[in-house]
Design a protein around this ligand. Structure first.
Ligand SMILES: [Zn+2]
Length: 507
C-alpha cells in the first residue's frame, strides 16, 4: 500500500477515470474494485481487498472533510490515508455521501427480483446479472427466520448490500425487503434499518382454517360480524360476477361469506400496517401482501375478494403473493401439473391487471424454470420474483468444487441437522438417495449441487452449517478467496432465471 501513498497527491489530482486505471498499478498486496473508485471532496474513496478481507480505503489531501467521517486505522504518514472496516458506521457514511448505495422504494419499477443473500457476499453477483436486464433487484431481503438462523440483523443485511452496491458502482437503485413479517414491532426493526419494502405475512392473522369449514360453521361465524359489515358484504359480493380478462369470476353468497370469515380481520390488520408505513415513510415504501404460507392454493374468487377489500380500505400495496397450485418447494423446480398451473396462474395475473395493477409476487421463486415462461408472459412482466436460498447453494457449489475437505464437513453437518430443520421448512427430499460423500471422488462433489435431494438438504441446513464454530471461519475464508468465482456462478444462475422469465435485456 506504501507505493500508492507515495503517489497519493498526484493521484488525487488526476481525473476519476485515470485514478481507476492507475490506483493499483504498483500495488501487489491490495487490489481495488475499479468501479468503486470515486473522487470526492479532494479525497479518493474506494473499496479494496487484500488476502484476508475487503475494506474501504480513503486517501485524502486534507485531514478534515470526508476522510474524517470514516472510522478506521491511519496508514502511512506522507498522505492521509485510512483503512476503514466494513462497519455499521462506515456504511452510514457511504450512504450519506453516495446516496445511491441506500435502498429505495420500487413501487414504480415494473419487474423486480428478490435476491436473498444470507451471507452478505452475493450482491455483486446479483448486480452482475440484473444489470443486463430491465429488472430492479431487491438486494437486501431476509426473513426473521433467516436472521435467527444466520445470526444477522436487518442492519447487517442492509449494510452488506450498501458495501457491495458501492463496490460495484451500481447506481440504478435497489430494494430492501423485510420479508415475511407478521407484527408491527418486527416491521419497525426492518424500517429502522432503512428497508423500504415490507412483506406482510397474513398467515397468522387470517382464519385459514375456515377454508375447510362446513358452510354451517362459516355461516355461524359470519353472523357474528357486525350488522353493517354483513350488509356491506352482501351488497358488494352476493351473486355478483366480475369480469377478469377472458374469465368471469362468480361470487356466490357462500363464497363471499367464507372470504369474509377468512380474511376480514387480516385485512383490517393490513390497513393498520399500511397506515403505520405511511406515518413512517410517506409514500416511499413497498407493501407486499403475502397469503402464500397456507396449505391450500388461493382460489381466484378469494384473490379477488382480498384485492377489492384492500382497495376499499385504501391500502396501497405494490405486490401480492397468492399461494399457487402445485408445490413451490425450496431449491427445486416446480412440482405439479404445469398445464393446470398455467390455467390457474393466468386468472391470478388477470386479476392483478384488472383490479389494481400490482405486481404478482412469486415466493420460493428460485429454480422454478418450468413455469417461468408462463409467469413472465401472463403478467406482462409486472411481477416480483422472490428468491432466497438459491444464492446460498451457489456458494456451497463453490466450496464443493474447490475445497473438498471443507465441503465434506459441511455436508455431514447438514445431514446431522436435517431432521431438526424439517420443523422449519417443508420439503419432501428423500436424503437417503444422496451418495456417501466419503465414497465420492473430490472432483464429483460439485455434482451434488445438481441433485435435487442434496440441494434441498443443503438449502435448509444453512443455519447449523454457518453457526458451526469449526466451519464458519474456514467457509468465509474460502468464500473470500473464491470471490470472483462466486460472482460468476451467481451471474450465470440469475441469468438463467431472468432469461427464462422473458425479462427484456437492457437496450
Ligand atoms: Zn412466502
Amino acid at each position: 500500500m506504501k507505493d500508492i501513498l507515495e503517489n497519493a497527491s498526484s493521484l488525487i489530482r488526476s481525473h476519476e477515470d485515470d485514478i481507476r486505471q492507475n490506483i493499483d498499478k504498483k500495488c501487489s498486496k491490495v487490489s481495488f474494485y475499479k468501479k468503486s473508485v470515486f473522487k470526492k471532496d479532494s479525497a479518493i474513496v474506494a473499496m479494496a481487498r487484500d488476502d484476508k478481507q475487503r475494506f474501504i480505503l480513503v486517501i485524502s489531501e486534507r485531514e478534515d472533510g470526508i476522510i474524517s467521517e470514516f472510522e478506521g486505522e491511519q496508514i502511512g504518514d506522507a498522505a492521509i490515508a485510512r483503512k476503514c472496516p466494513l462497519s455499521e458506521h462506515n456504511a452510514k457514511v457511504l450512504r450519506k455521501h453516495f446516496p445511491w448505495t441506500a435502498p429505495i422504494s420500487l413501487r414504480d419499477r415494473k419487474t423486480t427480483v428478490g435476491c436473498g443473500d444470507r451471507l452478505g457476499l452475493a450482491t455483486a453477483g446479483h448486480i452482475a446479472a440484473a444489470s443486463k436486464y430491465q429488472v430492479t433487484p431487491v438486494l437486501a431481503q431476509q426473513s426473521m427466520r433467516e436472521l435467527e438462523l444466520t445470526g444477522r440483523t436487518y442492519r447487517n443485511v442492509v449494510d452488506d448490500a450498501t458495501f457491495m452496491v458501492f463496490q460495484a458502482g451500481y447506481k440504478d437503485g435497489y430494494g430492501a425487503d423485510g420479508d415475511h413479517l407478521k407484527t408491527i414491532p418486527d416491521i419497525d426493526i426492518a424500517l429502522a434499518a432503512g428497508m423500504p419494502m415490507i412483506t406482510l405475512d397474513l398467515s397468522e392473522v387470517m382464519n385459514a382454517a375456515a377454508g375447510d369449514w362446513s358452510q354451517d360453521e362459516v355461516d355461524a361465524e359470519f353472523e357474528k360480524l357486525d350488522a353493517a359489515t354483513q350488509k356491506r358484504i352482501e351488497e358488494d359480493y352476493f351473486g355478483k360476477s366480475f369480469s377478469v380478462g377472458a374469465d368471469v369470476i362468480e361470487m356466490d353468497a357462500p363464497t363471499a361469506r367464507r372470504c369474509a370469515v377468512m380474511y376480514l380481520g387480516a385485512l383490517d390488520f393490513a390497513l393498520e400496517v399500511h397506515d403505520h408505513l405511511v406515518s413512517k415513510r410517506g409514500d416511499k415504501f413497498d407493501l407486499e401482501i403475502s397469503i402464500d404460507e397456507t396449505t391450500s392454493p388461493t382460489l381466484p374468487s378469494h384473490h379477488l375478494f382480498i384485492v377489492k377489500e384492500l382497495r376499499l380500505r385504501n391500502v396501497e400495496f405494490t405486490s401480492l403473493a397468492p399461494r399457487f397450485i402445485g408445490e413451490f418447494q425450496k431449491a427445486v423446480d416446480y412440482i405439479g401439473d404445469v398445464e393446470e398451473f398455467d390455467r390457474q396462474f393466468r386468472v391470478h395475473a388477470d386479476i392483478a391487471k384488472a383490479f389494481g395493477d400490482y405486481k404478482v409476487s412469486i415466493h420460493s421463486g428460485s429454480d422454478k424454470f418450468m413455469v417461468y415462461p408462463a409467469i413472465g408472459e401472463m403478467t406482462g412482466m409486472r411481477l416480483h420474483l422472490k428468491t432466497a436460498g438459491t444464492s446460498w447453494l451457489e456458494a456451497v457449489r463453490v466450496i464443493a468444487e474447490n475445497e473438498p475437505v471443507l465441503y465434506r464437513v459441511m455436508h455431514k453437518c447438514a445431514l446431522d441437522n436435517f431432521q431438526e430443520m424439517l420443523k422449519l421448512y417443508h420439503i419432501t427430499a428423500d436424503i437417503n438417495k444422496i451418495p456417501d460423500v466419503d465414497q465420492m471422488a473430490d472432483e464429483d462433489l460439485g455434482s451434488l449441487v445438481e441433485m435435487n435431494e442434496a440441494r434441498q438438504l443443503l438449502h435448509v441446513t444453512y443455519g447449523p452449517i454457518l453457526n458451526d464454530k469449526a466451519i464458519r471461519p474456514l467457509f468465509f475464508d474460502a468464500m473470500h478467496k473464491f470471490e470472483k468465482q462466486y460472482m460468476e456462478k451467481l451471474k450465470g444462475h440469475f441469468d438463467k432465471h431472468l432469461s427464462l422469465l422473458g425479462v427484456p435485456v437492457k437496450a
